[in-house]
Design a protein around this ligand. Sequence first.
Ligand code: PHE
Length: 467
Amino acid sequence: MSSSSAATVGVKESSTEKRGLWSSRLAFVLAATGSAVGLGNIWKFPYITGENGGGAFVIVYLLCIAGIGIPIMMAEVLIGRRGGHSPINSMRLAAQREQLSKGWTIVGAVGVLAAFLILSFYSVIGGWAISYVGTAATGGLVGQSEEAIGAIFSGLLGDPATLLLWHTVFMALVIVVVARGVKAGLERAVTFLMPALFVLLLIVVGYAMTTGSFGRAVSFLFAPDFSSLTTAGVLVALGHAFFTLSLGMAVMMAYGSYLPKNVSIAKTAVTVSIIDTVVALTAGLAIFPIVFANGLEPGAGPGLIFQTLPLAFGNMPMGSLVGTLFFVLLIFAAWTSGISLLEPLVEWLEEQKGLNRTVSAVGAGIACWALGIVSILSLNVWSDVTPLGMFAMFEGKTIFDLLDFLTASILLPLGGLLVAVFAGWFMSRQALESELATSPGAFKLWYNTLRYFTPVAVAAVFVYNLL
Ligand code: PHE
């Protein structure tokens, strides 16, 4: 069955064997964690939490992870493993097996497009982190006032040439790894560097406890005030659940295609989601005490961590060392995520267009790099350009903001919704059961959540926001 369907879609049958599999469940957990844990947890989660008023936003976000993110992650990994090809072709195979329309391929395509768009600005932010390694290592943060730290950040944003340099370096790092094949090096990097990043985050939390504002930060993060949450905030929380778990853009499908058959998809998805959530909440605990202790604005936006963490590094013992290490590890976290963003497109170019891996990685990477220049310019030269500003919803949104909105708030939830509907309503129950191989109770819970709760919740948030 699988050979005939593979042949009809024009996918070389031998490719499944040639692709190789992750060496173990642990290897997959590491790679998926490497994709999930990144700038989303440490850079984005704190600043959107600050912008959306704290506790109530965090609760909605946690509900989205549990009720929407985890079921969809399981579905994506399942489709990827069953298909055994690049996301677009895995979707095509899955649809064909159920004798459904080829139109379902669109799910993979939306994902590949979203990943491409995200990487273009993700790399720019990764570049910020690279720039801060230099600042921290040369003692540039020591004893600096809050104003001076703010000036360092606005100086960076106002300097397109420097931004371009670090964006280029970041993208080159991503291209090199993807060109050489994802597995080599990735497993090892995640095994050592992720725990190291977490330890440094805990050191910052330790410092944050000495600022006298720890209690205030804890209640900001965990005591919900629902009056501060808007419907737009709910959409941001939903979109971020997808972003932070790397969902809705075929990444987990691409990684799932390398997963050995005997590994439990459910356990794996839950493990990855828990690690990801713990890292995000820890980042919040590290950052908000510093925000409050220094009278900074929680809703300061995308610069939040770059205006708060340097204050901590500038004031703690051995801060230059801790700060340097922190930003180096942040780059690694962003790197392993960036790799996973380029992978689906490269996998598809290889498989469908018959290009070799190096050519695909370099070509796709350069295209993405070029698009990133638009984001760089929108931070300075074009900071007043708001292309959709005539619509109330997009007022004041720069091109950078729009790219973020289009991907995180539209494309990812849409991709996720389609995955949930496809797996929940169109794939045969028997196929899902045999692929998941969990207890009947766990299967039912997942199946019903995916069929009813997940699509309805995502659609409701969408509709509510658009009306
Ligand atoms: N999950 C990553 C993060 O939180 C970002 C990412 C999104 C990576 C989508 C891959 C795919 O930083």
